[in-house]
Design a binder for this molecule. Structure first.
Ligand code: GLC
Length: 528
């Protein structure tokens, strides 16, 4: 699954902003030609009509394509072209909120007795203050006073993103209509934005103070424990019901929910649906130290003791977090990708990861993300990970002929698709090889995960098994040479894949030698 942030992928009409025809131009890059990456599905971030306060996550019309992205005919063409190459398409379902310019909100805010008043969460203030202490993910109170009717509305994110009231049946019916509209247009799945924010505590109970919060450098959002403002499974019933019905109505679509949860939390949530067409993003590697111990702990907790019909996934980056190569290092990021593609479940690639793109330093006057402005001083916003895709070494990296909406990373002359497609040792060539292997290999796709305790604290190893075929997968997280012990064998295992093109691999019946940041897939003898 390849995530495209459309405004940054490819600009076809020279306005400095990426668009859907730009994606169509680059379909060969994704799959279907000799130089393609080989991916099977794309998730395209919001392209709906939007005032762009939150770059498309503030939607003014759920069933229209914004003119900056090229309008509906281009969306239809995009689906057709993707499907011709057997690439599936997943789109965002941003159902927690609308833009404050959505006609539903304009109606809702117009009077206390407007038929759409209850479509949003409106409350009276208390002694001239907001109804309770809930805070917005993007800072400040989660309530905004609307002087027209003198009531407050809830916004879990920006004040330009009022929360819909999912307890209202009419809202759910309208949103089912939105889903049906896009399924009819041919989409294969939905990414549910802000999954845990849809339904809040009915009684609006105050969120308790987080006693572990330290003001220094911590996100102000963490000053409270979001027990009541963020939904748990029980209070999320209206959403759960909606999703179950959606999966039932559309037997060919899959759903991925955005929620930052630990493995146990993910299991609990996925168990509610028990469907191999439903998964919750596994973001557990994000914000985690580069350490075999930490990684193994997450993998084991996540993959073992999982609920029935569990559909796993592994994510290292997206449009909301620092790029993986910046967070953990460039050599480390390649091993992280090797891990991602050798584990079970869906690997998610954020555009540019496959060429090793890093965060871009954004000059103050070029900042676009409002989060950088609100949290100035401690959070640089999300622009650094959203800069234009680096296609080649021409001006603006082949993204556009015009100055792009965000600056191109200075490293584009070396880090770009064209250059890397012609270099067998590049990050791109590595991704292409591992994706090709994964696409062709049943064991990597469907084999069971068997944990293994490595003899070195720098090495992460595990087995994948399908029938009596056994793969031993091993990778070196560190900068030294390691000797990893293999399970008892009578002959030398066969090398299925190496992250480098090293021909001098030392492997015997007992031992695999791993150079710094090197990884292998070996085929073992069947177990007796
Ligand atoms: C999700 C999106 C993020 C957006 C927020 C509000 O977290 O990934 O980009 O700002 O929801 O819609």
């Amino acid at each position: 699954m390849y995530q495209i942030y459309p405004i940054s992928f490819r600009d076809s009409n020279g306005d400095g902003k990426g668009d859907l025809p730009g994606i169509i131009e680059k379909i060969d890059y994704l799959n279907g030609s000799e130089h393609s990456l080989g991916i099977n599905a794309v998730w395209i971030c919001p392209f709906y009509r939007s005032p762009m306060a939150d770059f498309g996550y503030d939607i003014e019309d759920f069933t229209d394509v914004d003119p900056i992205f090229g309008g509906m005919p281009n969306f239809e063409k995009l689906v057709e072209e993707l499907h011709k190459r057997k690439i599936k398409i997943i789109i965002d379902f941003v159902g927690n909120h609308t833009s404050d310019r959505h006609k539903w909100f304009t109606e809702s805010r117009s009077s206390l007795d407007n038929p759409k008043r209850d479509w949003y969460v409106w409350r009276d203030g208390v002694n001239g203050r907001p109804p309770n202490n809930w805070v917005s993910v993007f800072g400040g109170s989660a309530w905004e006073l609307d002087t027209n009717t003198n009531q407050y509305y809830l916004h879990s994110f920006l004040k330009e993103q009022p929360d819909l009231n999912w307890r209202n049946e009419e809202v759910r019916v309208a949103m089912s209509g939105v889903v049906d509209f896009w399924v009819k247009k041919g989409v294969d799945g939905l990414r549910i934005d802000a999954f845990l924010h849809f339904v809040e505590d009915k009684l609006l109970r105050e969120d308790p103070i987080n006693v572990f919060y330290s003001k220094k450098g911590d996100d102000p959002y963490n000053a409270l424990l979001h027990m009541h403002s963020v939904g748990d499974i029980r209070q999320s019933e209206p959403l759960t019901d909606f999703i179950i019905k959606t999966l039932d109505r559309h037997k060919d679509i899959a759903i991925v929910g955005e929620a930052y949860l630990d493995p146990k939390g993910i299991h609990k949530l996925q168990a509610v649906y028990s469907s191999d067409r439903f998964t919750i993003f596994n973001f557990n590697f994000i914000n985690r130290k580069w350490s075999t111990v930490e990684y193994k702990k997450i993998i084991d907790e996540y993959l073992l003791n999982s609920p029935p019909n569990f559909l796993p996934n592994f994510v290292f980056g997206n449009h909301d977090v620092d790029r993986v190569a910046t967070r953990i290092g460039e050599a480390e990021a390649r091993i992280a990708a090797f891990l991602q593609f050798t584990l079970p479940g869906i690997p998610f690639i954020y555009y540019g990861e496959e060429i090793g793109m890093t965060n871009t330093k954004i000059p103050h006057d070029a900042l676009k993300d409002i989060v950088a402005k609100i949290f100035s001083g401690y959070h640089g916003g999300r622009d650094p990970e959203r800069t234009p895709m680096q296609w080649d070494d021409t001006p603006y990296a082949g993204f556009s002929t015009h100055k792009p909406w965000l600056p191109v990373n200075d490293n584009y002359k070396a880090v770009n698709v064209k250059h890397e497609q012609n270099d067998a040792e590049s990050t791109f060539s590595f991704y292409k090889r591992i994706i090709a292997l994964r696409n062709a290999d049943e064991v990597l796709r469907h084999g069971e995960y068997i944990p293994i305790s490595s003899n070195s604290s720098n090495v992460l190893s595990f087995e994948r098994r399908l029938g009596d075929v056994r793969y031993f997968i091993s990778m070196n997280f560190g900068t030294g040479i390691e000797q990893e012990l293999l399970p008892t064998q009578t002959k030398k295992p066969q090398i299925i894949f190496s992250t480098t093109s090293r021909f001098s691999t030392v492997v015997s019946e007992q031992v695999l030698e791993l150079l710094p940041f090197e990884g292998y897939v070996l085929k073992l003898e069947p177990e007796e």
